[in-house]
Each structure stands twice: as C-alpha cells, then as structure tokens.
Design a protein around this ligand. Structure first.
Ligand SMILES: [Zn+2]
Length: 217
C-alpha cells in the first residue's frame, strides 16, 4: 500500500528534493503522484517544513473559497517539480537516455519564471527579537503562498547546494530512483534510506549469495 502523503519519507536532504520525490516510481510502472490534489499538497508542504500551521490555515481557507486558485497553485508546484527533476537528472545521469539539452534549458527557464513570479510577490520585512536584520519573505499572497515557497526552495537548492553531492537511489541495484543530497562525511551514501531501499537491497544480496552457495554445493 502506498503511504499517505503525511507519512511519505522526507529523505531528500532538502525540501526541493523531497518535492521531486513525491512522484514514484519514476521507472517502469505508471507513476503515482502523492500530490493528488490541493489538500494533499497542503499537507505535504507542512510536513516538509515549507509552511507552518498558521500559514497552512490561511492558504487552506483561500484555496477552499477559490478552487480554481487551488488548482492553479497545484499546477504551479507540479511545474516546478517536473522542471527541477529534468535539471537534476541532467546533472546526475541514471540508466535512461542522456538528457536533452533543449528540454533541460527550457526547464531552467520555467524555474526562473516561477521564481521571478514568487520574488515579485515577496516582501522585505524587518526582523525583530535577538536577531535584528532584514529578511526577504516569500509567500505574502495567501493563494500563491505554497507555490511561492516551493519556487524559493527550488532556487535555493540550485544556487546554494553542493550539486556534486546529489545522488539518485540506484534503480539498477533495486533502489527507487529518489533524489537526495548526500550529507555524509565521505560522500559515500548510496541509498535514499538505509532503513528502506538499503535494507531490502542487503536482503536481496544475501538471498542471492545463499542461492549461489546452494547451486555451488
Ligand atoms: Zn530508495
């Protein structure tokens, strides 16, 4: 059974990669989109830490009052997700055909457009308390709060993450093709999650070794 969007593992090391991982599997069987509707997207955005509970309340109210705006927000998020996936798969090749440079360039243009729209709706606000300063806050328009935070996260990962540390859970060895940022000290993380794909791969290797031993004997 597929996990509820609330239980979807967040193993990408960055919310932008967790977003790309809301579709599975990427190969083989027809893909399942965990962001099946505006309500699922709202729940996932809170779970991923892109908005807090108060913001979810405001965005949810606006989306309930205006279902067209809700669907537009969901479409914007899916556009960012698919564009980011194309760019990342171009950077980190897997088993499939080489990335199409035209499609990758178009994806970068779309990401920039989504971010530019989000930046236009952002505001500079004075920080208070013990950390005085000025912050650029995305998501000041409730109907666009979620797509704007998602666009901010996508640009953040492209501009600030060490992209030599982007990995894909290896499909050829039984992994799930999810993306993750390898934060391990020596950069040797192989699986999206040891508890999930790593453990099942280990179990499979053990079975194969036992079978080989039996055949050998
Ligand atoms: Zn995996």
């Amino acid at each position: 059974m597929r996990p509820d969007v609330w239980q979807l593992p967040l193993v990408g090391g960055h919310p932008a990669f967790d977003l790309v991982n809301t579709v599975e599997p990427r190969d083989g069987a027809p893909p399942h989109d965990h962001l099946s509707g505006p309500a699922a997207l709202l729940g996932w955005t809170v779970a991923a830490g892109l908005i807090d509970g108060d913001e979810a309340g405001r965005a949810g109210q606006v989306w309930r009052d205006d279902p067209v705006a809700a669907e537009a927000g969901l479409a914007a998020v899916r556009d960012v997700r698919e564009s980011l996936r194309l760019v990342m798969f171009a950077l980190v090749p897997g088993g499939e055909a080489p990335a199409d440079p035209v499609a990758t360039g178009a994806a970068l243009v779309r990401l920039h457009e989504r971010w530019a729209g989000a930046a236009g709706r952002a505001a500079l606000v004075l920080g208070g308390g013990d950390r005085p300063g000025v912050r650029l806050t995305y998501g000041t328009v409730p109907a666009m709060l979620i797509p704007d935070r998602v666009a901010e996260a996508a640009l953040d990962v492209l501009r600030t993450a060490d992209l030599t540390r982007v990995r894909r859970c290896p499909v050829a060895d039984g992994g799930c093709d999810w993306l993750f940022l390898d934060h391990s000290r020596n950069g040797s993380r192989r699986w999206c999650s040891m508890a999930d794909c790593g453990t099942s791969a280990k179990a499979r290797r053990l079975t194969e070794r036992r079978r080989a031993a039996r055949t050998g004997a």
